[in-house]
Design a protein around this ligand. Sequence first.
Ligand SMILES: [Zn+2]
Length: 102
Amino acid sequence: MQFVPFDKRAWHAGKSEFRGREVCNDFSIGIELEGTDDGPYEDIQYRRLLQVTAALLVAYPTLALDRIRGHSDIAPGRKTDPGPFFDWERYRRGLAALPLVS
Ligand SMILES: [Zn+2]
């Protein structure tokens, strides 16, 4: 479910910082995965996340793989998602396998 169009400002990140720049809501796109810190995500969630990411990489050329972060990375101590069960390695392997990613 998409709550906010990608080109509109959303209120997802909250107090946050990425590479020295604060207020990530001003320049980022947030993707929320339903889940908890206590259990694994489902295969379908990884598949859909890859599809959404692929579409965003095409639509926004300045978006790069090394700029994809977890909420917990940009708001440490305040946010824990996607949490310890999110398989970043799986996600990054999937991204690397996308035909559009070089
Ligand atoms: Zn979040």
